[in-house]
Design a protein around this ligand. Structure first.
Ligand SMILES: Cc1cc2nc3c(=O)[nH]c(=O)nc-3n(C[C@H](O)[C@H](O)[C@H](O)COP(=O)(O)OP(=O)(O)OC[C@H]3O[C@@H](n4cnc5c(N)ncnc54)[C@H](O)[C@@H]3O)c2cc1C
Length: 551
């Protein structure tokens, strides 16, 4: 057993988890004047507080993971989070604060494809309820299909269209449906009562996600659906979403903080520090190495900046995990499986019509579900049309479809992997070794690529297409994430649980932050929201300039 420090000389705050919530909180804390939680009169440290981040992976970013495909040096592929919206004030203001460049992301493009029930329809036409292969009822036949979800939500919560922010929250929390509060329903339960079976099938199958119409808590899922109504503007970071946590982590180190990568926390104990105060002793082993090779770290406070599944993987024999309140709180959310795969080709074979299929997405009820036209390089006039390296976000899917792709994941059974096919790759570019190794950490099996490729060809109504030269994927259900995002369960009042979960066991200096127990689940915004609760309510930091009043 090694000692990183001693009970006499503990850290002020140990942050476990180097995702956006961990690095953001660390950066804010080192630059603020944190007070002792529970004792707002007392500054936590005489000088600058001693704060260190411990991250199990050899990279910063967690579920923000950007990479450059081989042969496409100008492109960043987002295997994790990819975009933010104008309405997300914490995320967009923070991005501006760090001066990161961003570009708009198009989603709806009239010429793109909806391939449903074996029929190819242009997205524009799929807005017309009479042109889709679904038998809408009489009332639904007069509603443009992109307004169906809003129509159903307005049936459930009259007056909701006119509300925003806090007013919308209040309305959702106070509305009842047949005498029962909304939070006691799943969204699917209510959609089944307000839409025909066919309309429900259409919004789910054409919308790209199962979870958005799934049976998670109705209050929170209705809120989530507002992020995808017509008119919402999306943006992506030019250098990749991962560049945000990396930039913040660099600023934290510059300001005197320490980051340890490749350190996995196995467990922790509540201890008395040498000055008689309560503290925590954390035990780490080198990721992928011997879990008996432990290093002890003492701290006055510990922040667990991670989702539900990661919390559950920590050995739980201590006063924190044995607390009944914590036990109940931890189970209030469900991890939602998410899957992404990028597939690179020598040229954009899917483009058959001038101007079509250049940006945005096509959707389908095939398990690939959503295909984004991500990037094409070397498009300038006069360039060789057979050497325009192109990459598709070939599939972005969730819940049930992730189970489908798991059928091709059998790496353990020794299935051959799809290596970068250098012989198929038409390129003058030198491959960047660092980026190549990052890409190669996410290889799929040959059988998975064959099936993805087959479905992409079918989605585009073609008979054949040239083979991809490279692919990279991630199934976020794998440990330590358990899912790509987390959704509140039915019967939970998220607005009460969220603040409790930040400091679940009052007498212990252990805090929990991140997307999972936030009210903007599925987004970086949610991770920042719970971080601000920690910083302002417990460590008594003033809100920074980029946090609007009341957030
Ligand atoms: C496919 C996908 C698409 C998404 N799309 C978007 C999007 O477009 N826009 C958006 O805003 N958000 C999106 N999100 C959500 C967004 O990525 C998350 O909300 C955010 O990144 C979560 O940050 P976090 O700090 O809460 O947790 P995480 O990023 O999960 O960070 C947790 C960290 O803790 C570490 N850790 C876990 N256990 C231990 C341990 N025992 N010891 C040490 N370290 C540990 C992990 O390695 C990880 O780095 C998406 C997510 C996915 C997966």
């Amino acid at each position: 057993m090694k000692n990183h420090n001693s009970a006499k000389n503990p850290l002020d705050i140990a942050i476990v988890g180097g995702g956006i919530s961990g690095v953001y909180s660390a950066y804010r804390l080192i630059n603020g004047r944190p007070k002792t939680p529970g004792n707002p009169e007392k500054k936590l440290a005489k000088d600058q507080p001693k704060i260190e981040i411990f991250e199990r992976e050899n990279r910063i970013g967690g579920r923000l993971l950007s990479m450059t495909p081989p042969g496409m040096p100008k492109t960043r592929c987002e295997l994790g989070g990819m975009r933010f919206t104008d309405q997300q004030v914490l995320a967009s203001n923070l991005i501006n604060h760090f001066g990161l460049k961003f570009v708009p992301q198009e989603v709806f493009q009239p010429e793109n494809i909806a391939y449903l029930r074996g029929r190819h329809i242009r997205k524009q036409d799929s807005l017309d309820p009479l042109k889709i292969p679904y038998r809408m009822n009489w009332a639904e036949q007069s509603i443009p299909t992109n307004e169906l979800t809003l129509y159903a939500m307005s049936q459930i919560v009259p007056g909701l269209k006119e509300k925003h922010g806090e007013e919308l929250d209040q309305l959702l929390q106070n509305t009842t449906f047949e005498g029962k509060p909304l939070y006691q329903y799943g969204f699917w339960n209510l959609l089944e009562r307000t839409l025909s079976r066919e309309a429900y099938a259409f919004i789910t199958e054409s919308g790209g996600y199962d979870s958005a119409t799934g049976n998670y808590n109705a209050v929170d899922t209705i809120k989530l659906n507002f992020d995808f109504v017509p008119g919402v503007k999306f943006h992506m970071l030019k250098d990749g979403f991962e560049s945000l946590p990396i930039k913040i982590a660099e600023a934290f180190e510059k300001d005197g903080g320490n980051i340890h990568m490749g350190w996995t926390m196995s467990h922790f104990d509540m201890v008395e520090l040498e000055d008689g105060s309560h503290g925590v002793c954390l035990y780490f082993y080198p990721t992928g190495g011997d879990d008996d090779d432990l290093t002890k770290v003492y701290a006055r406070n510990m922040v667990l900046a991670m989702p539900r599944r990661s919390l559950e993987l920590i050995e739980s024999k201590n006063a924190f995990f044995e607390d009944e309140t914590l036990q109940a709180l931890i189970k209030t959310v469900d991890p939602v499986p998410l899957f992404k795969i990028f597939v690179a080709y020598n040229y954009p074979w899917w483009r058959t019509k001038e101007g079509a299929l250049k940006t945005g997405r096509s959707t389908t009820d095939l398990p690939v579900r959503q295909c984004y036209y991500w990037s094409v390089e070397n498009e300038q006039e006069g360039a060789d049309p057979n050497n325009q390296h192109s990459v598709l976000l070939g599939s972005y899917d969730d819940d049930r479809s992730v189970r489908y792709w798991q059928g091709f994941e059998d790496k353990a059974a020794g299935q051959p992997l799809y290596e970068v096919q250098k012989e198929l790759m038409d390129t003058d570019h030198e491959l960047d070794e660092f980026e190549l190794s990052k890409w190669e950490d996410h290889k799929a099996t040959k059988s998975m690529i064959a099936e993805i490729h087959r479905q992409l060809v079918e989605l585009h109504g073609q008979k054949t297409a040239p083979k991809p030269y490279a692919a990279a994927y991630k199934n976020w259900s794998e440990d330590p994430y358990g899912g790509g995002v987390n959704f509140w369960k039915i019967h939970v009042k998220s607005w009460e649980v969220m603040p409790k979960m930040v400091h679940p066991v009052e007498k212990l200096p252990v805090f929990v932050i991140g997307e999972a127990y936030s009210r903007v689940q599925g987004w970086v915004e949610g991770a920042l929201q719970t971080s601000e609760l920690l910083l302002q309510d417990h460590f008594k930091l003033d809100p920074p300039a980029w946090v609007p009043e009341g957030e």
